[in-house]
Unconditional design. Sequence first.
Length: 257
Amino acid sequence: MKHLISAQVVRSEHAAGRTRIAASRTTSIVTPEALTVAARLGVEFIDAVPTSPAHADTASIASTVSNGGAANKTAVALAVATDDDLHAKVRAQVLAKLPPGIVSEAVVGQLVDKVMKEGRATAKAVQPTNEKTAHYTFQKTAGGIKRVDGQSIHFGKLDEVSTGDSIGIADVVNTADGSPMAAGFMAWSECFFPWTLSYDEIDVVLEGELHIRCEGQEVICRAGDVVFIPKGSVIEFGTPTSTRFLYVTYPADWQAK
Protein backbone atom coordinates (compact mmCIF):
# COMPACT_ATOMS: atom_id res chain seq x y z
CA MET A 1 0.00 0.00 0.00
CA LYS A 2 1.32 3.42 -0.92
CA HIS A 3 1.92 6.12 1.68
CA LEU A 4 -0.22 9.23 1.15
CA ILE A 5 1.48 12.59 1.63
CA SER A 6 -1.18 15.27 2.11
CA ALA A 7 -1.02 19.06 2.44
CA GLN A 8 -1.34 18.68 6.21
CA VAL A 9 1.77 16.50 6.26
CA VAL A 10 3.68 19.19 4.36
CA ARG A 11 2.49 21.92 6.74
CA SER A 12 3.42 19.83 9.79
CA GLU A 13 6.91 19.09 8.46
CA HIS A 14 7.45 22.76 7.61
CA ALA A 15 6.23 23.86 11.05
CA ALA A 16 8.72 21.43 12.59
CA GLY A 17 11.54 23.14 10.68
CA ARG A 18 12.04 20.46 8.06
CA THR A 19 12.46 21.51 4.43
CA ARG A 20 12.68 18.05 2.82
CA ILE A 21 10.21 15.20 2.74
CA ALA A 22 11.13 11.69 1.60
CA ALA A 23 8.62 10.52 -1.02
CA SER A 24 9.57 7.24 -2.64
CA ARG A 25 8.45 7.04 -6.25
CA THR A 26 7.24 3.47 -5.71
CA THR A 27 5.63 3.71 -2.28
CA SER A 28 4.32 7.28 -1.97
CA ILE A 29 1.48 9.32 -3.43
CA VAL A 30 1.78 13.09 -3.15
CA THR A 31 -1.56 14.88 -3.44
CA PRO A 32 -1.87 17.90 -5.77
CA GLU A 33 -2.69 20.14 -2.81
CA ALA A 34 0.44 18.93 -1.02
CA LEU A 35 2.50 19.88 -4.07
CA THR A 36 1.01 23.34 -4.15
CA VAL A 37 1.59 23.91 -0.42
CA ALA A 38 5.16 22.60 -0.72
CA ALA A 39 5.89 25.03 -3.55
CA ARG A 40 4.59 27.92 -1.44
CA LEU A 41 6.55 26.94 1.67
CA GLY A 42 9.76 25.94 -0.10
CA VAL A 43 9.57 22.29 0.96
CA GLU A 44 11.31 19.74 -1.27
CA PHE A 45 10.20 16.21 -2.11
CA ILE A 46 13.15 13.82 -2.32
CA ASP A 47 13.17 10.97 -4.85
CA ALA A 48 9.58 11.68 -5.97
CA VAL A 49 10.03 11.65 -9.75
CA PRO A 50 9.16 8.36 -11.52
CA THR A 51 11.78 6.66 -13.70
CA SER A 52 9.38 4.60 -15.80
CA PRO A 53 5.80 4.98 -17.12
CA ALA A 54 4.75 2.05 -14.94
CA HIS A 55 5.18 4.17 -11.82
CA ALA A 56 3.87 7.45 -13.19
CA ASP A 57 0.74 9.16 -11.94
CA THR A 58 -0.42 12.74 -12.02
CA ALA A 59 0.57 13.41 -8.41
CA SER A 60 4.13 12.09 -8.71
CA ILE A 61 4.63 13.82 -12.06
CA ALA A 62 3.41 17.06 -10.53
CA SER A 63 5.93 16.73 -7.73
CA THR A 64 8.60 17.72 -10.23
CA VAL A 65 7.18 21.24 -10.08
CA SER A 66 8.00 21.47 -6.38
CA ASN A 67 11.00 19.12 -6.36
CA GLY A 68 14.50 20.11 -5.23
CA GLY A 69 17.14 22.14 -7.03
CA ALA A 70 16.43 24.69 -9.72
CA ALA A 71 12.89 23.46 -10.34
CA ASN A 72 11.84 24.09 -6.74
CA LYS A 73 13.44 27.54 -6.58
CA THR A 74 11.76 28.52 -9.82
CA ALA A 75 8.37 27.29 -8.60
CA VAL A 76 8.64 29.38 -5.46
CA ALA A 77 9.64 32.41 -7.53
CA LEU A 78 6.43 31.97 -9.50
CA ALA A 79 4.45 33.34 -6.57
CA VAL A 80 4.27 36.77 -8.16
CA ALA A 81 5.07 35.92 -11.76
CA THR A 82 2.75 36.66 -14.63
CA ASP A 83 5.18 36.57 -17.56
CA ASP A 84 4.40 33.96 -20.23
CA ASP A 85 8.09 33.48 -21.04
CA LEU A 86 8.83 32.54 -17.43
CA HIS A 87 5.94 30.07 -17.49
CA ALA A 88 7.38 28.49 -20.64
CA LYS A 89 10.85 28.20 -19.10
CA VAL A 90 9.53 26.45 -16.00
CA ARG A 91 7.43 24.09 -18.11
CA ALA A 92 10.54 23.23 -20.15
CA GLN A 93 12.55 22.53 -16.99
CA VAL A 94 9.87 20.21 -15.66
CA LEU A 95 9.59 18.33 -18.95
CA ALA A 96 13.37 17.94 -19.05
CA LYS A 97 13.24 16.06 -15.74
CA LEU A 98 10.63 13.57 -16.95
CA PRO A 99 11.19 10.49 -19.12
CA PRO A 100 10.38 11.25 -22.79
CA GLY A 101 6.72 10.79 -23.72
CA ILE A 102 5.53 10.11 -20.18
CA VAL A 103 3.21 13.11 -20.06
CA SER A 104 2.05 15.80 -22.47
CA GLU A 105 3.18 19.42 -22.34
CA ALA A 106 -0.45 20.43 -21.78
CA VAL A 107 -0.69 18.48 -18.51
CA VAL A 108 2.60 19.91 -17.25
CA GLY A 109 1.42 23.38 -18.21
CA GLN A 110 -1.76 22.94 -16.17
CA LEU A 111 0.22 21.87 -13.10
CA VAL A 112 2.58 24.84 -13.42
CA ASP A 113 -0.45 27.13 -13.76
CA LYS A 114 -1.86 25.73 -10.51
CA VAL A 115 1.35 26.43 -8.59
CA MET A 116 1.54 29.95 -10.03
CA LYS A 117 -2.05 30.81 -9.12
CA GLU A 118 -1.78 29.45 -5.60
CA GLY A 119 1.52 31.25 -5.13
CA ARG A 120 0.08 34.56 -6.30
CA ALA A 121 -2.86 34.18 -3.91
CA THR A 122 -0.51 33.62 -0.97
CA ALA A 123 1.78 36.47 -1.94
CA LYS A 124 -1.22 38.78 -2.20
CA ALA A 125 -2.42 37.72 1.23
CA VAL A 126 0.79 38.60 3.06
CA GLN A 127 1.50 41.92 1.35
CA PRO A 128 -0.63 44.58 3.03
CA THR A 129 -1.61 47.69 1.10
CA ASN A 130 -1.14 51.20 2.46
CA GLU A 131 -4.83 51.29 3.36
CA LYS A 132 -6.21 50.03 6.63
CA THR A 133 -9.44 48.89 4.97
CA ALA A 134 -9.13 45.63 3.07
CA HIS A 135 -10.76 44.94 -0.28
CA TYR A 136 -12.69 41.79 -1.13
CA THR A 137 -15.74 40.54 -3.01
CA PHE A 138 -18.76 39.05 -1.32
CA GLN A 139 -22.33 37.88 -1.79
CA LYS A 140 -25.12 38.98 0.53
CA THR A 141 -28.71 37.80 0.56
CA ALA A 142 -31.77 39.87 1.43
CA GLY A 143 -31.96 37.94 4.69
CA GLY A 144 -28.48 39.07 5.72
CA ILE A 145 -26.42 35.96 4.90
CA LYS A 146 -22.95 37.04 3.77
CA ARG A 147 -20.39 34.93 1.91
CA VAL A 148 -16.89 36.33 1.46
CA ASP A 149 -14.70 35.12 -1.41
CA GLY A 150 -11.49 34.18 0.37
CA GLN A 151 -9.49 34.24 -2.86
CA SER A 152 -10.42 37.87 -3.54
CA ILE A 153 -9.04 39.38 -0.34
CA HIS A 154 -6.47 42.18 -0.56
CA PHE A 155 -5.17 42.77 2.95
CA GLY A 156 -5.08 46.18 4.54
CA LYS A 157 -2.55 47.26 7.15
CA LEU A 158 -3.05 47.10 10.91
CA ASP A 159 -2.15 50.64 11.97
CA GLU A 160 -2.26 49.91 15.70
CA VAL A 161 1.08 48.06 15.56
CA SER A 162 3.80 50.49 16.66
CA THR A 163 6.77 48.37 15.56
CA GLY A 164 6.51 49.56 11.96
CA ASP A 165 6.06 46.04 10.65
CA SER A 166 3.46 45.30 7.98
CA ILE A 167 0.66 43.30 9.57
CA GLY A 168 -2.02 42.29 7.07
CA ILE A 169 -5.64 42.42 8.20
CA ALA A 170 -9.03 42.07 6.54
CA ASP A 171 -12.13 42.56 8.69
CA VAL A 172 -14.86 40.87 6.61
CA VAL A 173 -17.81 40.65 9.03
CA ASN A 174 -18.66 43.41 11.53
CA THR A 175 -21.42 45.62 12.92
CA ALA A 176 -22.16 46.94 9.43
CA ASP A 177 -23.50 43.45 8.69
CA GLY A 178 -25.72 43.51 11.76
CA SER A 179 -23.47 41.00 13.51
CA PRO A 180 -22.64 41.13 17.25
CA MET A 181 -19.37 39.37 16.38
CA ALA A 182 -16.57 40.29 14.00
CA ALA A 183 -14.61 37.96 11.75
CA GLY A 184 -11.65 38.43 9.47
CA PHE A 185 -8.20 37.32 8.42
CA MET A 186 -4.70 38.30 9.48
CA ALA A 187 -1.37 37.46 7.87
CA TRP A 188 2.26 38.51 8.32
CA SER A 189 5.82 37.22 8.36
CA GLU A 190 8.68 37.18 10.88
CA CYS A 191 7.29 39.66 13.38
CA PHE A 192 6.16 39.85 17.01
CA PHE A 193 4.14 42.68 18.52
CA PRO A 194 2.36 43.40 21.84
CA TRP A 195 -1.44 43.39 22.05
CA THR A 196 -4.05 43.86 24.78
CA LEU A 197 -7.51 42.39 24.21
CA SER A 198 -10.61 44.26 25.38
CA TYR A 199 -12.72 41.51 23.81
CA ASP A 200 -12.85 37.72 23.54
CA GLU A 201 -11.18 36.18 20.49
CA ILE A 202 -11.03 32.81 18.77
CA ASP A 203 -8.41 32.15 16.09
CA VAL A 204 -8.24 29.32 13.58
CA VAL A 205 -4.77 28.96 12.06
CA LEU A 206 -4.87 28.36 8.31
CA GLU A 207 -1.18 28.43 7.43
CA GLY A 208 2.18 28.61 9.15
CA GLU A 209 2.68 29.17 12.89
CA LEU A 210 1.00 31.62 15.24
CA HIS A 211 2.86 32.20 18.51
CA ILE A 212 1.07 33.73 21.51
CA ARG A 213 3.16 34.75 24.52
CA CYS A 214 1.48 35.59 27.81
CA GLU A 215 2.74 35.73 31.41
CA GLY A 216 5.97 33.92 30.66
CA GLN A 217 4.35 31.11 28.67
CA GLU A 218 4.15 30.57 24.93
CA VAL A 219 1.43 28.81 22.95
CA ILE A 220 2.39 27.68 19.44
CA CYS A 221 -0.53 27.16 17.06
CA ARG A 222 -0.14 25.43 13.70
CA ALA A 223 -2.40 24.93 10.68
CA GLY A 224 -5.72 23.44 11.81
CA ASP A 225 -5.35 24.53 15.44
CA VAL A 226 -8.01 26.58 17.24
CA VAL A 227 -7.10 28.96 20.07
CA PHE A 228 -9.25 31.01 22.46
CA ILE A 229 -7.87 34.24 23.96
CA PRO A 230 -10.02 35.66 26.79
CA LYS A 231 -10.87 39.32 27.24
CA GLY A 232 -8.29 41.24 29.25
CA SER A 233 -5.32 39.19 28.05
CA VAL A 234 -2.04 41.09 27.64
CA ILE A 235 -0.12 39.12 25.05
CA GLU A 236 2.48 39.17 22.32
CA PHE A 237 1.34 37.97 18.90
CA GLY A 238 3.92 36.76 16.42
CA THR A 239 5.56 34.22 14.19
CA PRO A 240 9.22 33.36 13.46
CA THR A 241 8.21 32.31 9.94
CA SER A 242 4.79 33.30 8.58
CA THR A 243 1.17 32.91 9.58
CA ARG A 244 -2.33 33.31 8.21
CA PHE A 245 -5.39 32.82 10.37
CA LEU A 246 -9.11 33.49 10.73
CA TYR A 247 -10.22 35.45 13.78
CA VAL A 248 -13.63 35.81 15.41
CA THR A 249 -14.17 38.41 18.14
CA TYR A 250 -16.93 39.34 20.55
CA PRO A 251 -18.07 42.03 20.64
CA ALA A 252 -17.69 43.08 17.03
CA ASP A 253 -16.14 46.50 17.70
CA TRP A 254 -12.76 45.09 18.73
CA GLN A 255 -10.96 48.07 17.21
CA ALA A 256 -12.48 50.30 19.91
CA LYS A 257 -10.09 48.72 22.43
